[in-house]
Design a protein around this ligand. Sequence first.
Ligand SMILES: [Zn+2]
Length: 284
Amino acid sequence: MRPVDWCFMKRGHNSRTGAARSPPSVRPVRHDPPMPEVVLDGRAVPYLLVRNPRSRHVRMSLTPDGLRVSAPTRLPQTEVERAVASKERWLRRHADMLVPFTPAALTDGMALPFLDGTVELGVRTAGRASVSFRPEDGRITVAVPPSHDVGAEVRTLVERGYRAVAREWCTWACDHFGAQVGATPASIAVRDPRTRWGSCSARGAVSLSWRLMMAPARVAEYVVVHELAHLVHLDHSADFWGLVARVLPDHRADSAWLREHGGWLWRSPGAGHRPAPPLSGAPT
Ligand SMILES: [Zn+2]
């Protein structure tokens, strides 16, 4: 069994078993001011500390806002700080993701990541803002009115295009993999949550991040299978992982990719080349 810190299960009343579940117990604790900090190469790196009664270890992840640390509820603050400081190698590897960032400009002719390939961005001026994302043609075209803040407008439209394509892809993927998992979601939503790639509620509502459209296809598929498997097991138990492994035997490499390169997904599109996809059968 491996801990997962990007997936959220909304327990509440479970309509499948009829059992009343405990309410969601993950709540962010923001120390304001100051946020806890870790010092890396003489530079203070603030982080968001989230106390989680279900977690047994201190885990670190990257969000668009920087470093997020999840720690067991009763672990003393000094031990949390010691655990974070001990992950120096990890922090150094992700140093450029620990600071607030300004998204790169999205310009005409740029190649943007889309599943295992890329699409070419076309930017043109027009009287009315619009976006057309055609993965089959390898093109995403946005039209922006000339008088606008073009940079921000292009990014908004590009994201809108990704969301529309993500809704189609996620519907296909839930249908395709739902048959293998043996579960059908009650609803499928595409969102942009700040700290997770997917979630599943006790009522069977699956929610997925549109950013998965920029990940290698097998990574996006893994997140779908992961959430669908929660329709059968609303936990991260051994049975849950057994079901995931039955559909995707190599899923550990996919979750490792997300842990390692989630920061790139938060900064994309416009964050440069996609990191190499996970290798089949790679040990983790
Ligand atoms: Zn999960």
